[in-house]
Design a protein around this ligand. Structure first.
Ligand code: NDP
Length: 387
């Protein structure tokens, strides 16, 4: 049976992995909408290849380029944030949410309001709008499939068990490229070093988040909303080999884990085929070759981001949205060479201390916090300039 699919963020790393799997199963999928921000030529190429009904660029100034690249095809072209939301709201059985950052929130909410299956990679949207988004998911009876590898591992390990039987969820973290670096080395870390993740091939923003461990902080918040067992029952353990993608311990002390190659096509395939399984082009896991799996406590002195995330969740009142927005701005500044690596978490911490928000109860409340924190973080950043 053919299913229709929309991919928000089709030109990114998750988008490419998803389309790679769809390319291998063309007869099973009909592509409805593909979106990007401004990679117009790349988007047009994908839209032509997959016979998409519509291609949308979030940045309206890139629409002419998209139209030109789609000339002579049947693919409709559109641009701007409203067009992204309209594309997300078009009838489709399955949506992959893979825009990076809180920029994905409005389109994701449009997809949720439409209903169907939502494979969520865009963790920043859930982190910023946790209660608002989960309420909308319940209201519109959306089937949420976690695509982030850790959350997908938890989802698979939970199986048909009740959350009330869970005694602990363990999120594994690779520790990133700087896991063994001293504080002094961290101070001098460059963007090129930060995006060179030892195990995963990902977009620039999430690669920097992995290096600061903010990725794990955001995932802690994501796990709290997806699997509400209580924050004290969610722990983080550093596992440099990235073979065990996360685990669930039950009250009888059985622990179930999901293992696999560190390739996002594994969790994406589990979502695309759910509740069944599908083939992937990956090699079988060779544990004898891997030899050793090791686990360590996280070091929150050198990598304070997970502590900040826990504090943000505990303080509520929109603090996760504050943390996310401040981090997005700080990461962009780091990638642009404007601030040093260790300043990313410092800026996020400063914004959490300075900014007091009200508990957001609507999407507009969340977006207002996000927009405001971005402006204020940019002001704070001036104090941290490299030169
Ligand atoms: P990439 O940077 O590779 O891709 C991001 C995608 O979002 C691109 O299609 C990009 O378009 C689009 N985009 C960026 N900004 C905007 C905007 N303002 N409006 C509309 N579209 C936009 O990111 P990843 O694929 O690495 O990550 C996507 C999401 O998935 C993130 O939330 C990340 O945390 C999460 N994730 C990623 C994993 C990975 O392995 N990559 C693993 C687990 C989760 P354009 O090409 O035009 O810039």
């Amino acid at each position: 049976m053919t299913r229709s699919i929309t991919i928000l963020g089709a030109t990114g790393s998750i988008g490419a992995s998803t389309l790679d799997l769809i390319r291998r199963n063309r007869d099973l999928w009909q592509v409805e909408a593909l979106t990007a921000n401004c990679s117009a030529k790349e988007l047009a190429k994908l839209a032509r290849e997959f016979n998409a009904k519509i291609a949308v660029v979030g940045d309206e100034s890139c629409l002419d380029e998209l139209r030109e690249a789609l000339a002579g095809s049947d693919v409709e072209a559109a641009g701007g944030e409203a067009a992204l939301c309209e594309a997300a709201a078009r009838p489709a059985d399955f949506t992959v949410a893979a825009i990076v950052g809180c920029a994905g929130l409005r389109p994701v909410m449009s997809a949720i309001e439409r209903g169907g299956i939502l494979a969520l990679a865009n963790k920043e949207a859930l982190v910023s709008a946790g209660d608002v988004m989960t309420a909308a998911i319940r209201k519109h009876e959306v089937c949420l499939l976690p695509t982030d590898s850790e959350h997908n591992a938890i989802f698979q390990s939970l199986g048909a068990n009740n959350l009330t039987d869970v005694s602990r969820i363990t999120l594994t973290a690779s520790g990133g490229p700087f896991r063994t670096w001293t504080q002094e080395q961290l101070e001098a870390a460059t963007p090129e070093q930060a995006v060179a993740h030892p195990n995963w091939d990902m977009g620039a923003k999430i690669s920097v988040d992995s290096a600061t461990m903010m990725n794990k902080g955001l995932e802690l918040i994501e796990a709290h909303y997806m699997f509400p067992v209580g924050l004290d029952r969610i722990q983080i353990v550093v596992h440099p080999q990235s073979v065990v993608h996360s685990m669930v311990e039950f009250r009888d002390r059985s622990t179930l884990a999901q293992l696999g190659p560190s390739d996002m096509r594994v969790p994406i395939a589990s979502c695309l085929a759910w509740p069944h399984r599908m083939d992937t082009p990956l090699e079988p896991l060779n544990l004898a070759e891997i030899g050793e799996l090791s686990f360590f406590e996280p070091d929150e002195e050198r990598f304070p981001a997970t502590r900040l995330a826990r504090n943000a969740l505990n303080s509520g009142n929109g603090a996760p949205a504050v943390l996310n927005a401040a981090n997005e701005v700080a990461v962009a500044a780091f990638l642009a060479g404007q601030i040093g690596f260790t300043r990313i978490a410092a800026v996020a911490e400063e914004m959490l201390l300075r900014y007091s928000a009200q508990q957001p109860s609507t999407l507009e409340d969340v977006l207002a916090i996000d927009a405001d924190v971005r402006i204020r973080t940019a002001e704070v950043l001036e104090n941290y300039a490299v030169v």
